[in-house]
Design a protein around this ligand. Structure first.
Ligand code: HEC
Length: 198
């Protein structure tokens, strides 16, 4: 009896994990009424986005993101400039300067251990709540607004096939150009993000 039900549970787990394409594994987009529900990338436990580093929660971008899951910093040069520096400080040591992979997996190609990371809600959840092993939660050293800037930069570093860039809408796909090594974003780039405080 025991044995049978254990196998049954294992099978059910396999079906959930194995049978799912990107759509099925994607983070749930919204709860009834009040915006996006963020879930831990590995456990699926709900994340409390009011916890962690103070500030960076009442910006128009974060409010919009928490409501709709849309990251309005994608392709905004002023946010990319900041995102580059945030990524360099918090992520590149493990993921590589160009997110090409090092101790942690590459984030600039179309292979994802967790397909939920192909949505910005999924990527935010991984940064906020962490994943396995060395990939700890980053909600103590980045505010949600800084995470959105970091996400914009990670999406900018992507060099995989355009059709797999599911985080871009049709309009953004038209203007998408893959990152070129050596590309420099001007320090005074105009846009929605103020320069980071030194
Ligand atoms: C101490 C090293 C370390 C740091 C720092 C780190 N990561 Fe990771 N990261 C890892 C490892 C190792 C994994 C693999 C974990 C797993 O598979 O569950 C990972 C996994 C990930 C994944 C999942 C990738 C996939 O294929 O689904 C994402 C996304 C990610 N990291 C983003 C980031 C971002 C963004 C930062 C900076 C805010 C960061 N990481 C900082 C080590 C690190």
């Amino acid at each position: 009896m025991m044995r049978k039900s254990t196998i049954g549970t294992a099978l059910a787990t396999l079906v959930v994990l194995g049978g799912a394409g990107p759509a099925a594994l994607a983070q749930p987009q919204s709860a009834p009424q009040s915006g996006v529900v963020f879930r831990n990338t590995v456990t699926g436990e709900p994340l409390n986005v009011s916890e962690g580093k103070e500030g960076g929660r009442d910006t128009p971008a974060v409010k919009k993101f928490f409501q709709t899951g849309e990251n309005i910093y994608i392709d905004d040069k002023s946010c990319l400039r900041n995102g580059e520096s945030l990524f360099a400080t918090s992520c590149s040591g493990c993921h590589g300067h160009l997110a090409e992979g090092k101790l942690g997996p590459g984030l600039n190609d179309n292979y994802w251990t967790y397909p939920s990371n192909t949505t910005d809600v999924g990527l935010f959840s991984t940064i906020f709540g962490g994943a396995n092993g060395m990939m700890g939660p980053h909600n103590e050293n980045l505010t949600p607004d800084e995470m959105l800037q970091t996400i914009a930069w990670i999406r900018h570093l992507y060099t995989g096939p355009k059709q797999d860039a599911v985080w871009l809408n049709d309009e953004q796909k038209k203007s998408y150009t893959p990152y070129k090594q050596g590309e420099v974003i001007p320090k005074d780039a105009k846009g929605q993000c103020k320069p980071l405080e030194e």
